[in-house]
Ligand binder design. Structure first.
Ligand SMILES: *Cc1c(COP(=O)(O)O)cnc(C)c1O
Length: 431
């Protein structure tokens, strides 16, 4: 099994967090997102414990809430002592509505609107990660108007290439995010920022990509970022106190995936930062990371009802489910890989090759192609695993399909955290 959270019970049904998934599907309907609370909490604790152990706790773990944003996730991560990274006014609003402390919020984005910046300032968010010169000027002017001084970090493109999908790679020079290092943009931005009166440059930030299984890119980033902090100190007379290394820690989507354990990733990062600090003669900064997928991606699943099973002789079998790209667009977007299990036959062998299709009017509406599942029949419950990150948050109402509900399971019981949309919800804004 992909996660300790999954098991098979005496009825041959797949369970998550001790709860029978077939019963979940019956009780809450399908499609249904299911999250295991203990696993999410454990992920938060693993990151924090590693920083305590390897860096004396001088670190902040921001949950990258774009992975899965809803009020319960902000409450849960806050209760674990995490900070939150938001990338839009909407995420900020959701976090604040859940009572998330604004001083623990970092605001990101490559094109924050002036309205969003004003909202962030009014909300007194702890940090704004500035992406570009236009934003820097806009923010300084807005902060002056409001009579506040905003703590900021600069988003840096460290020029690191990592082996992940092109669409989820962000650290190289040809990226829409941040200031490039090699052409001097980053230093120019630091000079400008340190001369401004209504922003305080406290640190630098980088995020090199997502679903990364290597450790070397993070180690390289440590050297590059500490070196840049030293350069900024020399050229701007300002000693930065924070370096944020973003997210990107890979998780297990397939049995064959072997992600680096969280503790090991953090140990290597801390060691690399300490080494670089010594090498460049720079005081140890407060570290920050922004894991999203690795907090909420594991130990989750989506439950569907299987409908039409269409075998095209000598070609393939389409197994259609009652959701699709409307609740999980990741295969359609970038060929994301998933394992699937027929939840009510979880004790049977997965010896049937299926293409799992959604119900949207789009040939590309597939969840997975040529994947092994148990022999499917109409009415079976299908579980697609590790769907906690970037599924609900990327869901749409394409074909006017209502967004699914989400439940949290914990120690054998379940509770609703997001209600299923109704047809009435679909027309709420129609005039
Ligand atoms: C997407 C993103 C993250 C989270 O990435 P994961 O791969 O989900 O850990 C963190 N920081 C920034 C700036 C991001 O864009």
């Amino acid at each position: 099994m992909l996660s300790k959270s999954y098991a098979v019970n005496g009825k041959g049904h797949l369970t998550i967090g001790g709860v029978d998934t077939v019963e979940l599907a019956e009780n809450y309907g399908t499609p249904l997102y299911v999250f295991d609370e203990n696993d999410i909490r454990n992920s938060c604790r693993e990151f924090k414990a590693a920083f305590d152990k390897y860096y004396g706790g001088n670190a902040r773990v921001y949950y990258a809430s774009k992975a899965f944003s809803c009020k319960e996730m902000y409450r849960l991560t806050d209760s674990e002592g995490l900070c939150a990274d938001v990338v839009s006014g909407g995420e900020l609003y959701t976090a604040l509505s859940a009572g998330f402390p604004s001083e623990n919020i970092g605001f990101h984005g490559n094109n924050k609107t002036p309205d969003e910046l004003a909202y962030a300032l009014d909300s007194r968010v702890g940090r704004i990660v500035v992406d570009n010169i236009y934003e820097l000027h806009t923010l300084d002017a807005l902060a002056e108007e409001k009579g506040v001084c905003q703590k900021i970090l600069l988003r840096i493109k460290p020029g690191i290439d990592c082996h992940t999908h092109d669409y989820i790679k962000t650290g190289q020079i040809d990226s829409k995010f941040g200031f490039a290092l090699e052409n001097g943009e980053a230093l120019e931005a630091a000079k400008l920022a340190t001369a401004m009166e209504n922003v305080e440059l406290v640190g630098i930030h980088c995020h090199i990509g997502s679903q990364i299984f290597e450790t070397q890119p993070f180690v390289d980033a440590a050297d590059i970022m500490v070196s840049l902090a030293k350069t900024i100190e020399k050229n701007c007379g300002k000693t930065l106190t924070e370096i944020n290394f973003g997210g990107g820690y890979g998780i297990k989507y397939l049995e064959s995936d072997s992600p680096v354990p969280k503790g090991d990733s953090i140990r290597l990062l801390c060691e690399a930062v300490k080494e670089a600090s010594e090498k460049y003669g720079f005081p140890l900064p407060t570290l920050a990371i922004e894991p999203g997928r690795s907090i909420v991606g594991d130990a989750t699943l989506t439950l569907y009802k299987i409908g039409v099973v269409k075998t095209i002789k000598d070609v393939r079998t389409y197994v259609s489910v009652d959701g699709g790209m409307s609740d999980n667009p990741r295969y359609a977007l970038y060929g994301a890989e998933y394992e699937a299990i027929v939840a009510n036959k979880a004790d049977k062998p997965r010896d049937f090759t299926a293409t799992i299709a959604g119900k949207c009017c789009e040939s590309g509406d597939l969840i997975q192609e040529h994947t092994k599942i148990q022999t499917p029949e109409v009415g079976d419950t299908l579980a697609v695993l590790s769907t906690g990150a970037y599924n609900y948050s990327m869901a749409s109402n394409y074909n006017r399909i209502p967004r699914p509900a989400a439940v949290m399971v914990k120690d054998g019981s379940s509770r609703l955290i997001i209600e299923r949309e109704t047809y009435e919800d679909l027309i709420r804004k129609d005039i």
